[in-house]
Design a protein around this ligand. Structure first.
Ligand SMILES: C[S@@+](CC[C@H](N)C(=O)[O-])C[C@H]1O[C@@H](n2cnc3c(N)ncnc32)[C@H](O)[C@@H]1O
Length: 293
């Protein structure tokens, strides 16, 4: 275990000894639900981040798309760095629970710490619930993410929103206390013509969280930089949105400055976690006020 896993302050969450058991790639295809013949959203993204939890079909998709837009790996990195900044902001604002939906495969490294590592470095008792619908994330996540008693990984699919909302109650979150709902790079997989619409997803989940909770969204921007990529992406149908459309997802909430902006403009901080070129992904963080309708 690298020293990165041990926050500087006393850990109130006990480490689980078997948590970092490795999972062989060759075992993956035999795990029920994992289809190694089709590219998967989480695995393609993992490849752009320099991860190893992907198959040949994912690497081919990732490289084909990177030929259309060579910035894609940097865009993925920029998204991960933005996540670090919003998580720090929310925890420094007093939030001690995070619901990371569409969490993706573990990224643990000094450059790309996982959400629970970032959060628990700020406050060791921060509870993190990761949720994803990808069986590969479940397999790797159980082995690599569930490293302490404040962190868990749950199966959840936003497409079945009612079941998702029902399950949420059993995930060990105290829904009377503020939660950061993190929806990073996931809502653009919900087109306007489909069900549920991202507005409904956000509205229903935030509706179950108390005032003082935060909502963080990153979302592919509808620009020339990404349109060709979205058209050629075969792992899922994708709908890019413009700033106004992403802004509308925060309806009824108080946006933290500077609002919804390209990721590199959102709190570019002194430790240079943001990249210094234009990133065609929009991000924002907002707080649920006490008078939320
Ligand atoms: C591009 S990755 C982003 C991972 C991580 N949130 C990040 O930004 O670094 C999108 C993730 O959303 C997950 N996802 C896609 N559709 C989903 C759904 N309907 N319900 C839950 N997770 C979903 C994918 O499996 C994938 O892990």
């Amino acid at each position: 275990m690298s020293s990165f896993w041990l926050p500087p302050r006393r850990r109130s969450c006990q480490l689980r000894s078997s948590a970092r058991a490795s999972v062989m790639e060759s075992d993956m295809t035999s795990v029920s639900g994992i289809d190694a013949t089709l590219p998967g959203i989480a695995r393609v993204y993992d490849y752009w981040l320099g991860g190893k939890d992907n198959f040949e079909v994912d690497r081919e998709e990732a490289e084909r798309l990177a030929k259309i837009n060579p910035k894609l790996p940097d865009i993925a990195c920029s998204n991960r760095r933005w996540i670090i900044r919003v998580v720090r902001y929310a925890v420094r604002s007093g939030v001690r629970q995070i619901l990371d939906v569409g969490c993706g495969l573990p990224t643990s490294s000094v450059q790309f710490p996982n959400v629970h590592e970032t959060a628990q470095e700020e406050a060791v008792d921060t509870r993190v619930v990761y949720v994803d619908n990808d069986p590969m994330v479940q397999t790797h996540g159980r082995a690599l993410l569930a490293t302490n008693e404040c962190t868990s990984l749950q199966v959840g699919d936003l497409r079945d929103l009612n079941a998702f909302l029902e399950s949420m109650r059993s995930w060990g979150l105290d829904l009377s206390q503020p939660v950061l709902l993190l929806l990073a790079a996931v809502l653009h997989f919900f087109p306007d013509r489909g069900e549920p619409h991202p507005k409904r997803i956000v509205g229903e989940i935030m509706g179950r969280l108390p005032p003082g909770s935060f909502l963080a969204i990153s979302h592919g921007e509808d620009t020339g930089d990404l349109r060709e990529v979205a058209k050629n992406y075969t792992a899922a149908s994708t709908q890019l949105r413009n700033q106004q459309q992403v802004l509308e997802l925060f309806s009824g909430l108080e946006l933290v400055g500077p609002g919804v902006v390209q990721l590199h403009k959102w709190h570019p901080d002194e430790d240079r976690t943001s990249l210094n070129y234009s990133v065609p992904v929009l991000g924002g963080l907002a707080r649920k006020p006490s008078c939320h309708a």
